[in-house]
Design a protein around this ligand. Structure first.
Ligand SMILES: [Zn+2]
Length: 400
């Protein structure tokens, strides 16, 4: 631990030396985060009144967002979705990177019925607008997408459809940072804390956020939780991607009521959250990853009979009858020592060379988690997916 701390300190010293000459680009971006503009965004969103999914007001908010993103010079698309009895549009604004690996910043623009949604989630949308406006005049290694979802309040309907689409298109998603209800402060403590929900595979995103918060003196600390399906980040987690959910520390008792208005939004707190999101995104968008791992078998939303794919289903998990045949794809610029394969957290086996395949032979029923950890020369990366498995075959040799 101590060695680790020293190594970090040395790194910090070196990195601050390199930025002495010219101002760190991220520092310049952070100076452009403007409280008046954030105030303007939140009050504009509130001025549409309640804007639940499917309403005319929701459509007007969508038009407003499209116009804003276009004014910043970004490529904007809207994608219509239908999910059960609901339908709506997602708004996607893109800063193309030098490569197609994609970082997503997301928030939802639909409000809860009866609520003008200043905090939930006008605050998160305002963070996205501000970050997009600033980042639009910079270039990054990786592609950045600012995604405003609808259908969140009905059960993440818009994000489920969007993430499924990205999955089927084989989009290389680095991470999703979802910003939802980040403007309310009710205590001194709440003014300097931001909650983050993260699963094990996504912890590195929180680590990046924590380090930039300190490095750029943002005045926010992260209060870490395990993951739970609180919002649109869950759609990414469901498809095996890495994602975090950011939410204010203090509970806003006006949430989901007609009183969720700008009077209960603390703009300087919102500005700090916006800075944190911006600095985290800018850092990740230029990160040179030494190892990234993802499951390419089994595929989500498929039914398998052993290693044979039988059919496609609309669910966000694979159903496997028999043994799970898994394969992990490794990406990155570093060497790989091994890939470890886990079942419900228990180490089952290894792979030392590509293709990194492993066949799980243990008996299992219903929902379980398979996980792989790719151990590289410099760092390691975890990927995980939930599977529905029905395997009564006797345990045997893994490659039998
Ligand atoms: Zn929300």
């Amino acid at each position: 631990m101590k060695v680790f701390v020293i190594a970090i300190s040395v790194l910090l010293v070196f990195s601050s030396v390199t930025i002495l000459g010219e101002k760190d680009e991220i520092e310049k971006m952070l100076e452009m985060v403007n409280e008046e503009e954030l105030h303007e965004y939140v009050s504009t969103i509130q001025s549409f009144g309640e804007h639940p999914t499917g309403s005319e007001a929701c459509n007007e908010v969508k038009e407003y967002l499209v116009n804003e993103f276009e004014n910043y010079g970004l490529a904007v698309t809207t994608i219509h979705w239908k999910n059960g009895k609901y339908e709506g549009d997602n708004v996607i604004a893109t800063i193309a990177g030098k490569d197609n690996a994609t970082l997503i910043l997301s928030a939802h623009y639909d409000s809860y019925p009866t609520s003008p949604g200043a905090d939930d989630d006008g605050s998160g949308i305002s963070c996205l607008l501000m970050a997009a406006k600033i980042m639009a005049s910079y270039s990054f290694q990786h592609t950045i997408k600012f995604v405003a979802f609808s259908g969140e309040e009905q059960g993440m309907l818009g994000s489920q459809k969007y993430v499924r689409m990205l999955y089927e298109e084989n989009t290389d998603i680095i991470a999703d940072i979802n910003v939802d209800t980040v403007g309310h402060v009710a205590s001194e403590e709440g003014g300097r804390l931001l909650r983050v929900l993260s699963d094990e595979a996504s912890l590195w995103i929180t680590d990046v956020a924590e380090s930039v918060a300190e490095r750029y003196n943002i005045g926010l600390s992260l209060y870490r939780h395990g993951n739970f399906p609180a919002g649109d980040h869950q759609s990414f987690i469901d498809y095996g991607y890495e994602a975090v959910f950011l939410v204010e520390y203090d509970f806003n008792e006006n949430m989901h009521t007609p009183n969720d208005t700008i009077e209960h939004v603390n703009i300087s707190y919102l500005a700090k959250v916006c800075k944190l999101v911006l600095a985290t995104a800018a850092t990740i968008a230029n990160e040179n990853f030494s190892v990234r791992a993802k499951f390419i078998q089994p595929k989500m939303g498929r039914i398998y009979f052993g290693d044979r794919e039988i059919m496609e289903i609309s669910k966000a998990f694979p159903v496997i009858i028999g043994r799970i045949h898994s394969e992990v794809l490794i990406d990155g610029n570093g060497g790989i020592k091994r890939v470890e394969f886990y079942f419900d957290g228990e180490l089952k086996g290894f792979s030392y060379s590509a293709p990194h395949v492993y066949n799980y032979t243990n008996r299992a029923f219903f929902t379980h988690e398979i996980k792989a950890r790719a151990v590289g020369e410099i760092s390691s990366d975890i990927c995980r997916i939930k599977v529905r498995v029905f395997n009564i075959l006797p345990p045997g040799p893994p490659h039998g």
